[in-house]
Design a protein around this ligand. Structure first.
Ligand SMILES: CCCCCCCCCCCCCC(=O)SCCNC(=O)CCNC(=O)[C@H](O)C(C)(C)COP(=O)(O)OP(=O)(O)OC[C@H]1O[C@@H](n2cnc3c(N)ncnc32)[C@H](O)[C@@H]1OP(=O)(O)O
Length: 447
């Protein structure tokens, strides 16, 4: 396309991924020092540059009785509000807040297109608590201006075998007009209080920003499915020495999957898939220790009427003897595209959990590559335009061959109140490039 005539601002896919990661990359001189983290330096987290000598909890002294029964005070204009996401009006308020304020998009062209189904899946896994969906409202107008959530998640460190009863923290958001006013630390302290009251003292969370102190860093990678649409909406530029037709041809995928026995998961597969998954997860250092019904929620979508999920897509491979040998899953979270004459939505898939019984065998890399290629092919059915994955799990075995390109967004993984030895996130710590064909230490996927 002749870029001179095109009014759409051009962005690289790298910038798209940066946007998705809601993160930032700082040069060394821009990097904050520990003393600059006015809030985080008061919290039970390892210091930056701290050399971990032994793994384990940092603060072990407290019991739920030591934790205050009431929230921290807010400025007088605001009030705490526990959000009832089973109430449609309140769920819409969370939706609206995240829609308008979660992603930093300078010219406001792209918004996450959350759905009620997505929230029900993401925020209501087994053991979820209403009390862990925490909002802040403006007293006068009742407007929801901030949110943070926790969901239960037992973590396991396969290196030591330690199981850590935890929560995962996600969807922290503050209205743009209330930024840089130190409200985030208050929200974090309040969710900590509510979780501690349930006798849980550890949390896992990820962020694009660098905080004290990541236990692992992984990188976003992306695989264009519909290159020409990505180009139309201004995300993928045409490299100088390429033609549009050449780019489309490079990323073209067959219409049919190639693994024999591949099909969508059914309820009856759960036991076999769970067993396969549990075995596969021993490959990684940090995993979530799912109970079967929790795994069922995440993999089958947790719809109360048993209908198929529009958010999470899971496929299994069944061999001739009825044995499930592999599975993969990915979730869908599209963008709404504003101000574009041709397109109003961009389909985005994120690789979720997978497993294969060929792990550790000679054909493993080849097998993973065909499985993931099949994942890409199936995603076309759901109007996916770009398929994303991190460098976690065993993804570095297929990232290159399946034509995923490195983004410039990085994702840092953190544990609250627990020290661990560093975990390999799939990239070289110095060059930040993908380390190919090496199992990462990260077996856990956060949304
Ligand atoms: C046991 C249970 C424990 C449970 C809790 C475990 C911990 C959970 C931790 C949360 C996991 C969240 C996981 C996700 O959801 S990650 C997604 C985060 N959300 C977004 O990026 C959406 C757009 N951005 C915003 O809404 C705001 O910019 C946010 C809300 C991010 C910060 O608001 P604001 O920009 O108005 O800042 P402030 O003046 O109020 O506060 C400044 C302080 O906040 C520290 N900060 C900035 N960004 C983050 C961040 N992403 N995680 C942790 N801390 C963060 C910052 O270093 C500074 O502290 P310090 O540098 O002075 O020390």
């Amino acid at each position: 396309m002749s870029s001179g005539e095109d009014k759409t601002p051009k962005r690289s896919i790298e910038e798209l991924l940066k946007l998705l990661s809601t993160g930032e990359t700082l040069t060394e001189t821009e990097q904050k020092q520990m003393k600059d983290y006015k809030f985080w330096k008061t919290q039970p987290v390892p210091s930056l540059e701290e050399k971990i000598v032994s793994e384990g909890p940092i603060d072990t002294t407290k019991t739920p009785d030591d934790i205050p029964n009431t929230p921290l005070p807010l400025l007088k204009e605001f009030e705490w509000s526990t959000i009832d996401i089973e109430n449609k009006v309140e769920l819409d308020e969370v939706y609206q807040l995240l829609y308008e304020h979660y992603v930093e998009d300078q010219d406001g062209t792209f918004r996450f297109k959350y759905t009620h189904e997505f929230f029900n899946w993401a925020l209501k896994p087994p053991g979820w608590r209403k009390n862990w969906h925490v909002g802040v409202r403006v007293k006068d107008t009742n407007k929801l201006v901030a949110f943070i959530s926790a969901i239960p998640a037992d973590l396991k460190l396969n290196t030591s075998g330690n199981v850590i009863p935890s929560v995962e923290i996600n969807f922290l958001v503050i209205h743009k007009k209330l930024r840089n006013k130190r409200l985030a630390p208050v929200l974090i302290k309040e969710i900590t209080r509510r979780v501690n009251k349930e006798d849980i003292w550890q949390a896992l969370y990820t962020a694009g920003v660098v905080l004290p102190s990541p236990l692992a860093v992984s990188r976003y990678t992306h695989r264009p499915i519909n290159w020409s649409k990505l180009h139309d909406v201004g995300f993928s530029h045409l490299p100088a020495n390429q033609t549009k037709a050449g780019m489309i041809a490079y990323y073209v995928l067959p219409n049919e999957t190639k693994t024999s026995g591949l099909r969508e998961i059914e309820q009856k597969d759960l036991d076999q898939v769970f067993d396969l998954f549990i075995k596969f997860q021993t490959r990684f250092e940090l995993v979530q220790q799912f109970k079967k019904h929790e795994f069922e929620h995440w993999i089958l979508g947790g719809k109360s009427d048993g209908s198929k999920s529009n958010v999470i897509k899971t496929y299994v491979v069944e061999n001739k003897d009825g044995k499930i040998t592999d599975f993969f899953s990915y979730y869908l979270l599209p963008f709404t595209v504003l101000n574009n004459a041709q397109h109003n939505e961009l389909g985005i898939a994120y690789l979720f959990y997978y497993a294969s019984d060929s792990a550790g065998k000679d054909n493993y890399k080849e097998r993973l590559n065909s499985l993931i290629t099949d994942a890409l092919i199936t995603s076309k059915k759901f109007n996916v335009d770009v398929f994303n994955c991190l460098t976690s799990q065993d993804n570095s075995y297929f990232i290159k061959d399946a034509k995923f390109g490195s983004g410039d967004g990085f994702l840092n993984y953190y544990l609250f109140n627990y020290k661990t030895f560093p975990v390999h996130g799939g990239i070289d710590p110095k060059t930040k490039e993908v380390v190919e064909d090496k199992t990462s230490g990260l077996g856990v996927v956060l949304l």
